[in-house]
Design a protein. Structure first.
Length: 80
């Protein structure tokens, strides 16, 4: 059992060093999970777009909204 723990630690040692050397990195992936939650939530509705062009338009709208969110821009104000 102890050998497995040591093997696991050695496997992740490189990633841990990167984390310890860069204070901007988060220890968890909660921000990434929140980021993709909207896409996962809409997965069931995506099949009702009706055609490829509808899906393309929805992808463009999603990309615009996510970009606005990342840049702290109000999407409604941007579109107005």
């Amino acid at each position: 059992m102890p050998g497995g723990v040591i093997r696991y630690a050695v496997t992740w040692l490189k990633c841990l060093k990167v984390y310890l050397e860069d204070s901007r990195l988060a220890i968890d992936i909660d921000a990434a999970k929140r980021f993709i939650r909207g896409i996962a939530r809409g997965r069931k509705t995506f099949m009702f777009y009706g055609c490829d062009s509808g899906g393309d338009q929805a992808a463009a709208a999603d990309a615009l909204l996510v970009t606005d969110k990342l840049n702290a821009v109000d999407p409604r104000a941007y579109l107005m």
